[in-house]
Design a protein around this ligand. Structure first.
Ligand SMILES: Nc1ncnc2c1ncn2[C@@H]1O[C@H](COP(=O)(O)OP(=O)(O)OP(=O)(O)O)[C@@H](O)[C@H]1O
Length: 230
């Protein structure tokens, strides 16, 4: 069963000759982990924004099964989290009824220690830790869908490794689906069971991750795989 689907979505921004999205259809199943990959400008973020209702399609539609709740993680924790707030406040803010035990559990889910970190300011922890705090914040309300836009792009190599490990354990231990935009096919291989490949506003490939990587059907996917070998 799909919890989210885009059906023949086209998006034209005013003043642009070419559509940002051109007849895009894909879905995310209940508990399924899906990655969207593609080069810069291929329409990944626009697809997420439309899927989340932050933007409206020019044509086509989006369907979300009830009850779907979403947790969001943005690309850059330095931009998405207030550096003057303590970790505890970041995680619990805006979610009614969240107490210390919930914050503790959410931090633990991303391998962060409440006693060590809860009272630290975001500005005083590493970018990788801050991004895991962002994931904890997204999880504290127990969403059924985790949506992340390039969650490992803005951090160093070690931070990236910890974020990937945290996302993997969250995917394994919690009952949730995920839709993650990624540049890196290697990361997509670790975080998804299905890959959607976008090029110039279109979905050019959509299939099981292992199958797509082993036997790409589209020349563009093969090029991405070749490029990732360097
Ligand atoms: N608000 C906007 N107004 C006009 N054009 C836009 C707007 N947002 C995106 N676009 C255009 O739509 C196309 C798709 O952009 P989008 O940000 O979805 O790509 P992307 O695959 O997420 O790229 P990146 O990896 O660089 O984030 C691009 O050509 C972009 O310039």
């Amino acid at each position: 069963m799909s919890i989210l689907s885009l059906n023949h979505v086209t998006k034209r921004y005013r003043g642009s000759a070419l559509p940002a999205l051109d007849d895009v259809s894909f879905s995310v199943g209940d508990g399924e982990h899906v990655a969207i990959v593609g080069e810069s400008g291929s329409g990944k973020t626009t697809s997420l924004n439309i899927a989340l209702g932050f933007d409206v399609p020019s044509s086509g539609d989006v369907q979300v099964a009830e009850p779907t709740t979403t947790g969001l993680v943005f690309q850059n924790p330095a931009a998405s989290l207030d550096p003057r707030w303590r970790v505890e406040r970041i995680v619990r803010e805006g979610v009614p009824g969240v107490g210390e035990a919930d914050v503790r559990a959410a931090l633990e889910a991303v391998s962060l220690d409440y006693d060590e970190l809860a009272q630290r300011y975001i500005s005083d922890i590493s970018g990788g830790q801050a991004q895991r705090v962002a994931i904890a914040r997204a999880l504290v309300s127990h969403p059924t869908l985790l949506v992340a836009d390039e969650p490992v792009s803005a951090v160093d190599v070690l931070g990236k490794k910890h974020i990937i490990e945290s996302l993997r354990s969250v995917q394994n231990e919690r009952s949730l689906a995920s839709l993650i935009v990624l540049h890196d096919l290697g990361v997509a291989q670790q975080l998804s069971e299905r890959i959607i490949v976008m090029q110039a506003g279109r979905v050019v490939e959509d299939g099981a991750t292992a199958e797509v990587l082993a036997h790409p059907q589209h020349r563009y996917t093969a090029q991405l795989i070749d490029a990732a070998r360097w």
